[in-house]
Design a protein around this ligand. Structure first.
Ligand code: KG4
Ligand code: ZN
Length: 375
């Protein structure tokens, strides 16, 4: 692995809430490997990220237009040892200073999950340290409690408190959840077909903009007219909180088949802006319904949170911030660099589970499917 492929998120020391009064914080080494990022982080229970490395495989998958599971698993094998040991070195700590080991045990591409999970199991067994099997979705769901940001990515001073209403949107998932506590997630709505991230990735591919699609479509949309094309808003005229993105994707396909181009930048920008506007409208419509859902009304969460890779989207962040304000709720999101897959969110979820005694007591088989409602 060449050094230029290691991105060191030099996040320094964040204190998002008042430091705990106990003499020593709990320190967790977290490992993430469920998709195309091999990542490790050392995080403490005082909300400090002591070291964080994300080795992204994106360049290796780009020529195939998406993640190739076999290549991803091999790349994780090649990277994992260097990523973990370099994280430890950069933290200035030794293994003796680590209290708990955490790793993603699913859901995700099973080859990759196995690599990170076996590495964590090996470290835990050889050092005798406790091990936490983290659900990847729980990592996304809890990271705003490590540190949170506003729509503009300005760091907020407080970590999000339970309960909160969560829009979890990533490449593999799209769900609205009522987050009551660690391990207590109630599914309010979910996609019936594609995830929001998949829709971004597929439309980007159709336009020849490459993988991953979200960042480039987001950037193009900033220069385009959201009313230039009329995309459908699936399910928005129906009650409930479920999503459907495949109709938006099909509308894009049908239009581009009829109008094959070549397309100039103005067309591409308008197309991206119009597509993104339809995704934003669907998310806001469904969240509006979720806020009226009696399970949510009973709990009355004070915070609306977005998490997962799609949470990086500027239009979604701003629209959700406005929705929250209209309902007298606070809006929170992870800082941009903690939205997409990363080891810090796994370390933080490890700490939250460890604090509640949720550690591995018998061998755990990693799972490619693992709904958050089953943690
Ligand atoms: O959470 P994540 O890193 O991986 C999964 O757990 O799936 O999310 C990756 C997804 C990809 O589909 C990517 O296109 C999308 O997040 N994404 C975005 C943006 N940045 C990343 N989608 C919309 N706007 C963005 N700015
Ligand atoms: Zn993810």
């Amino acid at each position: 692995m060449t050094d230029d492929k290691i991105i060191h998120l030099d996040m320094g020391t964040h204190t998002a809430v008042a430091p705990e009064s106990d003499a020593r914080a709990t320190v967790c080494l977290g490992i993430e490997s469920s998709c195309d990022e091999t990542s490790a982080a050392i995080v403490d229970s005082n909300h400090n990220i002591l070291a964080h490395i994300i080795y992204s495989q994106i360049p290796e998958h780009q020529k195939y237009g998406g993640v190739v599971p076999e290549l991803a698993a091999r790349a994780h094998i090649l990277a994992i040892d260097a990523v973990v040991s370099e994280t430890l070195t950069r933290s200035g700590l030794t293994m003796a200073d680590i209290d708990v080991i955490a790793a993603t045990a699913g859901p995700g591409l099973i080859g990759g999950v196995l690599v990170g999970w076996m590495a964590a199991t090996g470290i835990a067994q050889s050092t005798g340290k406790p091990l936490v099997a983290v659900n990847h979705l729980e990592g996304h769901a809890l990271v705003p409690r490590l540190i949170s940001a506003s729509a503009s990515d300005a760091t907020q001073n407080v970590a999000v408190e339970f309960p909160y209403l969560l829009m979890l949107a990533s490449g593999g998932h799209c769900q609205i959840l009522l987050v009551r506590d660690v391990g207590k997630y109630e599914l309010i709505g979910q996609t019936l077909d594609d995830s929001a991230g998949e829709a971004f990735d597929k439309v980007s591919k159709m336009l020849g903009l490459g993988y991953p699609g979200g960042p480039v479509v987001d950037a193009r949309a900033k220069c385009g007219n959201p009313n230039a094309f009329k995309f459908p808003r699936p399910l928005c005229d129906k009650p409930g909180c479920d999503f459907s993105f495949s109709g938006i994707k099909t509308a894009a396909r049908v239009f581009l088949d009829k109008n094959p181009g070549p397309h100039d930048d103005g067309f591409i920008n308008d197309f991206c802006a119009s597509f993104q506007a339809s995704v934003v409208d669907c998310i806001i419509n469904r969240l509006g319904h979720a806020m009226q859902d009696e399970r949510v009304v009973m709990v009355a969460p004070k915070t609306l949170v977005v998490a997962g890779g799609v949470a990086k989207n500027s239009a979604i962040r701003h629209a959700m911030e406005q929705l929250a304000a209209a309902h007298q709720m606070t809006f929170a999101a992870p800082p941009m660099n903690l939205c997409t897959d990363n080891g810090a969110m796994i370390a933080w979820a490890g700490l939250e589970n460890y604090a509640r005694g949720r550690v591995v007591s018998e061998p755990v088989a990693p799972r490619s499917r693992w709904p958050l409602t089953e943690v």
